[in-house]
Design a protein around this ligand. Sequence first.
Ligand code: GLN
Length: 303
Amino acid sequence: MDIQNLLDDIVGSIKPHIGQGEVAGYIPELGSVRADHFGISVATGDGEVFSSGDSEMAFSIQSISKVYALALVLAGDGDRIWKRVFREPSGNPFNSLVQLEHEDGIPRNPFINAGALVVTDRLLSVSQDASTAVRDLLRTESGNGSIQIDSIVADSEARNSNRNASLAHFLASCGNLDNPVEEVLDAYISQCSLAMSCTDLALASRFLARNGLRADGTALLSPAQTKRINAVMLTCGTYDAAGEFAYRVGLPGKSGVGGGIIAVVPNNCTICVWSPGLGRSGNSVAGVAALDEFTTRTGLSIF
Ligand code: GLN
């Protein structure tokens, strides 16, 4: 199969979807990103990269960062985190408050905001500087040493973080945060504000398609841990649209409100798409359409 031709083709056929949906406005700095971008990159297990469109343009990775924070916690601390976070789809928006009280401060999964705050809290305890640990993993695995936190995006989110602050305070009231709320929020916002391109993210995520092996061949995760992260991505990675994403794309995936989505074809490759217009659940409209086309045309899905 000629992957390069396929990606160029997708960039053409996806045009009617570009600009559909709404750019995330609740973080003002993200709201100022032009809606008409589209990029796609595929990284194979052995590090070959194919890309098309705005694939080298850096964007805010936002909730995609939750995957790497979870990977670092599982790698450094094993299964302890699962006493503090469930792994069931929430069926609610990613920043919902309602379920958390009903379920005594144990978030439904590590990819909704409440769950990611707990994961980041644990990463702070095991690594001291959680967002630097995430950044360094992404730098090493992508081979791009210039990946940075975009401090303008981080400040913008920090000034508009009442909802995440509410979640964090509620978690703390239930005894499900070990570190001060302000430190957890700061680390969470920083990891979300990392700026990366489709190519960076596709390369950095290859351990998920390689049974946990890092770019240098050493193990970040065991094959079983990698299976479990991919499973949670499939069931929870695109929030209350995870069923629709599985139906259309058929791969583990994780989205962010910056408009990026990372998808994993186990034992084969990773795909990253980016287009800022979001559907109701916070997933890139053109991104989902592109991944749908990619897996439908190639047959590269887990089903
Ligand atoms: N930083 C964003 C938030 O907490 C991430 C949300 C997302 O990408 N779904 O609201």
